[in-house]
Ligand binder design. Structure first.
Ligand SMILES: [Fe+2]
Length: 457
């Protein structure tokens, strides 16, 4: 018998619950002209044209058999904290089903240096985490999963007899409470307003939603103080770069359901708004699900293709709306995702395809190999081709770097990773330097090294 260990709520339910949690466009929010999809980082350096940030993804697995990749990568990042401004997490913060009971072991303990009071991680409640280094996540699919009633019954019985480390991988880290449709993630990271009475809500909004942007007031993220993100998708600006954080679990619709069209329309409108803002020199989109990956379990998977389809729709509409796009112009300078347990850099070439009548080249970074079960690359030709309207076959995507699981038997190498991204350049255009850091577990030892920097100029 195959045991189904997770349930996944419908997209419509995920959207509904997230909106309820943040009191989306409540009257008090509207009258104050608050934009709940904007965030402002309280950082005196945010006007700097040169800055760095870190990226990790797919981390929340905790210790594995005989080694601890998540904690090892966390320690490898420590020397970069002083010279980086913030961290983007591409989702799957907590395996296996985003349950609150796994935050202490699979988040607070491994990232204790990021947290105020991290010397005593056991004393930090998961819904009271204060970051001394800005930690800006998006939801992964596992952050939305639920436990099935059958598995819950089995585990409730089995936990008396079996240690978690002896369970098969499919049922390791399964919390008995489940995510409650993203509730644990929301309590850990999002500014949940639904339990505030009208008076308390007014006080809270006046105190915390005071940062001024060109789309309204917004929530302020203050390192060292109890700070939240405003929503399951949001935008913030740093150093003349607009960052767009998406909830791709409500976009990658591959079953008989619709994606979150409101979020997709928001992305379209915000990209156009950003394009016409003369102070913005670049755009980075980050989310969990990749639209391109050659990792073996994500290569042409239904959710990968769904992401590609819906992001292409948005990009197509943006291109149609803006008056001028330079040849090979970077409408979006970089996409960053996780979900695939690897570090991969791909170049995407839209040359008159997908009904786009212009040339669009994209740089795609998958950074999902920062703690949970490194995976192999798809076997075979990894170049992706597309048939154009003229019937001609052309190159669509090319994998330029892949780091994950390799080798067999005693030569198996489990490569985990994080990326440091250095932004340079001038007011007119940014230069992006992706620095891949790899920690390889081979024959019972760690080998740590930095790969050649990828330059996006
Ligand atoms: Fe995932």
């Amino acid at each position: 018998m195959v045991l189904n260990y997770t349930n996944d709520a419908p997209i419509s339910e995920k959207i509904k619950r997230m909106k309820q949690r943040v009191c989306w466009q409540n009257e008090q929010i509207l009258t104050r002209n608050i934009d709940q999809s904007r965030l402002s980082l309280d950082d005196s350096g945010k006007e700097d044209l040169e800055f760095s940030f870190l990226v990790i993804g797919d981390t929340g697995w905790g210790p594995d058999d005989g080694y601890y990749p998540q904690r090892h990568i966390a320690k490898e990042m420590l020397p970069h904290l002083k010279t980086s401004r913030f961290l983007l997490h591409t989702g799957d913060v907590i395996y296996n089903n985003g349950s609150a009971e796994y935050y202490p072991q699979n988040f607070i303990e491994p990232y204790r240096e990021w947290l105020v009071g991290g010397d005593h991680p056991q004393n930090i409640p998961y819904d009271k985490m204060t970051f001394n280094f800005p930690f800006l996540p998006v939801l992964g699919n596992h952050d939305y999963y639920e436990i099935t009633p059958e598995l819950k019954s089995l585990l409730q019985l089995g936990k008396f007899f079996i240690k978690d480390s002896k369970l098969p991988d499919s049922v390791k880290n399964v919390g008995l409470e489940g995510s409650n449709c993203g509730e644990a993630y929301a309590k850990a990271f999002i500014d949940c307003l639904e339990d505030l009475d009208p008076k308390a809500l007014a006080t809270h909004l006046d105190r915390h939603y005071s940062a001024v942007t060109d789309t309204g007031l917004c929530l302020e993220y203050q390192p060292g103080k109890f700070s939240r993100i405003p929503n399951n998708y949001y935008r913030f600006e740093y150093g003349g770069i607009d960052f767009f954080a998406l909830d791709s679990s409500t976009i990658a619709a591959y079953k008989e359901e619709e994606p979150d069209w409101k979020q997709l329309n928001w992305l379209k409108d915000q990209l156009i708004h950003s394009w016409y803002n003369k102070n913005i020199r670049g755009r980075i989109i980050y989310c969990h699900h990749p639209a391109y990956s050659t990792e073996i379990t994500k290569w042409k998977q239904k959710d990968t293709l769904a992401m590609r389809r819906y992001l292409n729709l948005v990009i197509q509409e943006v291109v149609e709306k803006i008056e001028y796009l330079p040849e090979d112009g970077p409408l979006v300078n970089l996409f960053v995702t996780g979900h695939a347990h690897s570090l991969e850099y791909l170049q995407i070439q839209h040359k008159g395809f997908s009904n786009l009548n212009c040339h669009l080249n994209f740089h795609w970074l998958v950074c999902g190999g920062s703690g949970c079960s490194a995976r192999r690359q798809h076997v075979g030709d990894v170049d992706e081709l597309e048939i154009g309207a003229d019937g001609e076959t052309k190159l669509l995507a090319q994998s330029k770097l892949f780091v994950g699981l390799s080798g067999f038997g005693k030569d198996k190498k489990y490569s985990y990773s994080f990326a440091r991204i250095d932004i340079k350049g001038n007011q007119a255009s940014p230069q992006i330097f992706i620095r891949p850091f790899v920690s390889q577990w081979y024959q019972g030892k760690w080998y740590d090294f930095e790969l050649e920097t990828i330059k996006i100029l």
